[in-house]
Design a protein around this ligand. Structure first.
Ligand code: PHE
Length: 464
């Protein structure tokens, strides 16, 4: 038995890995965040900058992260240690585990709202608060109700724990293979609904006609930061999923498929949402509340809206769930590999701890609403710390580590395993990857990082 326990779990199939990793990537970032930051930053021009960031930074760093995992077959801490034999790098891997705790602790709160909104839509409650102002009021009532807010948060954490509890193949892979196709179908139905609404073309123009005056250094950095978040980069989620891969799997191709699916879903969600929002004449730049304040009012006015609102919030919850399991898996894999915990125990205990860590964020919508740290609520501090500091910092470390510490001469033979044909037929892809990961990514990520901590603002001011 002990022997069997020590054999590391593996994905059952290539498509299983791609769907699980795409599931991690596709989440609240695509359906909740991407549409609202696009709405606030001028639409198409932002989308183009974002697509460039995905291709130039996202894809190369994703390849690097999966490769570290596959080569070491370890969690982030063990992986960095194995390749560098340095406690310093291992502790930087530990930042990924900490990010896992932090991100999941607030991510699951928003995901809980999505669950709650499935019930709201089934109950037809949107018809009681039909305009954006009253819908926003209703939303605020719900999130400041502890039973509702913390109840759905707890319920969502239970779902996440249950899947991770099941293991890599029987939990994560199986859940992803069922949920991802359902998600694609639901989103395509919603997009078709959006495209067939009167006035849909205004939404399409918004998403596809660039207005370059809206683009400045800040927009570029925002797009780059989002590229990290949406691809689950910089905290070891893709590394951990990569650690369950086999040597003969083709990493660059899998990474390309993951990026492609993630981008496709963001654009489909964008089309579904903007066509609908414009067709009823509402404001696309409604910010984080776009989905919970504006959309309910949109559904109320659209033919068949009752039905589509249910589908929409189900797809939001599914997308969040396939991401949250990857966040919990990072933490679980660390305790299983390094501290020899059993998976079952790790999933339950760590999931519960994450729930406790999330409580102050959940309470920041009511009991703690007066507590502000640098003007931000608890919830906003954790979100900022995790997605604007830890992820770009982690991405920077990953590209520096791969190109400069592990060293490209050792990296390339590993990367080629499983991808021999690709590099034979298109040697240029390898040349690009080397340049991007060694020079371009570190420099650009460093800029995102400075932007996140506000230093860049000061530098830009100096030049103005
Ligand atoms: N990529 C996920 C999303 O877009 C969020 C996430 C970030 C998941 C980091 C795992 C790790 O919603």
């Amino acid at each position: 038995m002990a022997e069997i326990d020590q054999i590391r779990e593996k994905w059952g199939s290539k498509i299983g890995f791609v769907l699980a990793a795409a599931g991690s990537a596709i989440g609240l970032g695509n359906i909740w965040k991407f549409p609202y930051i696009t709405g606030e930053n001028g639409g198409a021009s932002f989308v183009i900058v974002y697509l460039i960031c995905i291709a130039v930074i996202g894809l190369p760093v994703l390849i690097a992260e999966i490769l570290i995992g596959r080569t070491t077959q370890r969690n982030p801490v063990g992986a960095f240690y194995k390749l560098s034999q340095s406690k310093f790098w291992a502790s930087l891997g530990g930042l990924g585990v900490i990010a896992g705790f932090l991100i999941l602790s607030y991510y699951a709160i928003i995901a809980g709202w999505a669950l709650g909104y499935i019930i709201e839509s089934i109950n037809g409650n949107f018809y009681l608060w039909p305009d954006p102002t009253s819908a926003a009021g209703h939303f605020n009532d719900l999130v400041s109700n502890n039973y509702w807010n913390i109840g759905y948060f707890a319920f969502f954490m239970l779902l996440t724990i249950a899947i991770v509890f099941g293991g890599v193949q029987r939990g994560i892979e199986r859940a992803s293979k069922i949920m991802m196709p359902v998600l694609f179908i639901l989103l395509i139905i919603l997009m078709i609904r959006g495209l067939t609404l009167p006035g849909a073309e205004k939404g399409i123009n918004f998403l596809w006609n660039p207005d370059w005056s809206k683009i400045d250094a800040k927009t570029v950095l925002l797009a780059l930061g989002h590229a990290f978040f949406t691809l689950s980069l910089g905290m070891g989620a893709m590394l951990t999923y990569g650690s369950y891969m086999s040597e003969d799997d083709n990493i660059p191709t899998a990474a390309f498929q993951i990026v492609f699916l993630d981008t496709l879903v963001a654009l489909i969600a964008g089309m579904a949402i903007f066509t609908s929002v414009f067709s009823v004449g509402l404001d696309p730049a409604a910010g984080p509340g776009l989905i919970f304040h504006t959309l309910p009012g949109v559904f109320v006015k659209m033919p068949g809206g009752y039905f589509f609102s249910i589908l929409f919030f189900i797809s939001l919850a599914i997308a969040a769930l396939t991401s949250s399991i990857s966040l919990l898996e990072v933490v679980v894999s660390y305790y299983v590999d390094e501290l020899k915990w059993k998976r079952h125990k790790a999933a339950i205990i760590l999931g519960f701890i994450i729930f406790l860590i999330g409580l102050p964020s959940a309470l920041s919508f009511n009991l703690f609403s007066d507590i502000k740290i640098f003007g931000l609520s608890f919830f906003e501090v954790v979100d900022f710390l995790a997605s604007n500091i830890l992820l770009p910092f982690g991405g920077l470390l990953i590209s520096v580590f791969v190109a400069w510490i592990w060293g490209l001469d050792k990296v390339i033979p590993n990367l080629k395993k499983g991808a021999e044909k690709l590099f034979e037929n298109y040697p240029i892809t390898l040349v690009f990857w080397k340049i991007f990961i060694k020079y371009l990514s570190p420099v650009l990520i460093f800029l995102v990082f400075l932007n996140s901590i506000g230093i860049l603002d000061k530098i830009i001011e100096l030049f103005e």
